[in-house]
Design a protein around this ligand. Structure first.
Ligand code: ADP
Ligand code: MG
Length: 473
């Protein structure tokens, strides 16, 4: 209830502000609130007698007019002093400075998530301070995107407008967008930065239509200095939202306000988004983020470890960096699980324990173990067992592997089986030759072939190391 009083009072103050001398407004309306409503009477609270008397004596008719224009059912105003207003724990009163800036105060809602609301009712999730441009690790795959964000952070509404960031999920788009918003706020705490997902933007429009028929939706954004919309691809098919976004975009753009957008693909490839919007997206700067290379992945892991103040063995980080191939979110996920394991069980993660985590994440699917050159104790004790494991792994039969057929799909698995038997069971070339009914030179060439492939073919590395895992690393 007090929340709606507060919202209403902000509207009153907003309407009143242009009609009152700025210094009077700031002095006499500071930390005022509506404290109750009884029938046709509302009670306005003041922190001190002086301000109550001033407003009651000099501003009553202006105030009454403002209130009536918003709610004509109110017929009387009571003026009251309430010493709790303006105290540190007071959530009812309004900071008039924020009214001037077009902002409601940042409020906490039930789930403790903070958000910011402009006077026009546009609600932004408060930016997450953990995303900064400083703690974004730069590699060749995201260098340009980061530089563009930094330029926008330093000079919003400048040359890179709009800024369009695209890339697959989990590659750092949200981090960059929020980091840019944080940078803008850091340099100018008065800036109004609104961050939303495109779903939230759609909801805003639906709500606005419900409340006021969306007669002038774009005007809701007039106090916004930077509008950030994350994952714009979800506006597909939402014709009305696209229409309103188009107008909002133009309004902001014409006023040199910054617009930042992300998507999972470049503008041209967006599906079911109006052409005129796509051409707007193409007016500014378009940058992409891609999956970082091994070195950058390792640097990200090291940075996250520092952030969480844990120290993990280098080979474990190495192992994670090497084996995660999809997204940085996954990279972080594996690391966090390793850290959790460490904290819960007080065991330092090992390559083996992390391999277990990865295996679970991949739901038993394919994954690889870095060949670190160390001796592994093999659980597969006989050549026959190795042959079975390799056959299963490649979805072949044992007789395929030891048989005469020289098809490519069989040749490589056969060579790999020989390699593993040689390396992990330390069998002689002759012994292996007997298993496969081949002479020892063939066996030698096969093994050399695999060794050569291991140096350059990622897929083979993965297969071999996954097999080692199967054999009991
Ligand atoms: P997207 O929005 O593209 O799906 P996110 O921005 O949510 O991806 O990134 C996923 C996670 O990976 C986040 O926790 C983010 O902080 C982290 N991350 C992504 N790229 C980097 C990077 N270059 N440096 C540090 N952390 C990163
Ligand atoms: Mg995202």
């Amino acid at each position: 209830m007090s929340d709606s009083f507060r919202d209403f009072w902000i509207q009153v103050l907003t309407a009143l502000e242009p009609k009152i001398k700025r210094s009077d407004f700031l002095t006499w309306f500071q930390h005022t609130a509506i404290v109750k409503r009884e029938g046709e009477t509302i009670t306005v609270g003041f922190p001190i007698t002086l301000s109550r008397d001033w407003v009651a004596n000099r501003n009553h008719s202006l105030l009454f007019e403002a209130i009536q224009s918003l709610d004509s059912t109110i017929k009387r105003i009571h003026y009251e002093v309430d010493g709790k207003l303006g105290q540190p724990d007071d959530l009812r009163s309004v900071d008039v400075n924020s009214v001037l800036k077009g902002l409601k105060n940042v409020k906490k809602v039930r789930n403790k998530e903070e958000y910011t609301v402009t006077n026009e009712g546009v609600r932004s999730k408060a930016l997450n301070s953990k995303y900064t441009l400083d703690n974004f690790i730069i590699g060749s795959e995201n260098r340009l995107a980061h530089a563009a964000c930094l330029a926008v952070g330093r000079r919003p509404g400048g040359a890179y407008n709009p800024l369009f960031v695209y890339g697959d999920v989990g590659l750092g788009k949200t981090h960059l967008l929020q980091g840019t918003g944080n940078e803008i706020l850091h340099r100018n705490p008065n800036a109004v930065v609104i961050y939303m997902t495109s779903e939230r933007f759609t909801n805003e429009i639906v709500e606005a239509i419900r409340k006021q028929g969306a007669k002038d939706f774009k005007a809701r954004y007039r106090h916004v200095d930077c509008l950030i919309i994350d994952d714009i691809q979800f506006l597909a098919h939402k014709e009305r939202t696209q229409e309103e976004f188009f107008h909002t975009f133009n309004e902001l753009y014409d006023a040199n306000k910054q617009i930042i957008i992300s998507a999972d693909r470049p503008p041209k490839e967006l599906k079911d988004i109006q052409d005129r919007l796509i051409s707007r997206f193409e007016m500014g700067m378009i940058v992409d983020v891609q999956f970082p290379d091994y070195e950058t992945r390792l640097a990200i892991l090291q940075a996250k470890c520092r952030e969480h103040q844990v120290l993990l063995p280098t080979e474990v980080l190495d192992f994670i960096a090497y084996n995660v191939h999809h997204s940085i979110r996954e990279l972080e996920g594996v690391l966090m699980q390793a850290i959790a394991q460490y904290e819960l069980e007080q065991i330092t993660p090992t390559v083996r324990s992390v391999a277990g985590i990865l295996k679970k994440l991949n739901r038993g699917g394919e994954f690889a173990v870095v060949d670190d050159g160390r001796e592994h104790k093999s659980l597969a004790k006989t050549p026959d067992e190795v042959i079975s494991i390799v056959a299963d792994y490649f979805k072949l039969t044992k007789s395929d592997l030891i048989g005469p057929v020289r098809k490519k799909e069989i040749l490589l698995p056969r060579q790999i089986a020989m390699y593993l038997i040689r390396k992990d069971l330390a069998a002689s070339l002759e012994q292996i030759g007997e298993e496969f009914a081949r002479n020892h030179t063939t066996v030698m060439h096969s093994i050399e072939k695999v060794i050569k492939l291991l140096r350059k073919d990622h897929k083979v590395v993965r297969d071999v190391n996954a097999l080692k895992q199967e054999m009991g690393l």
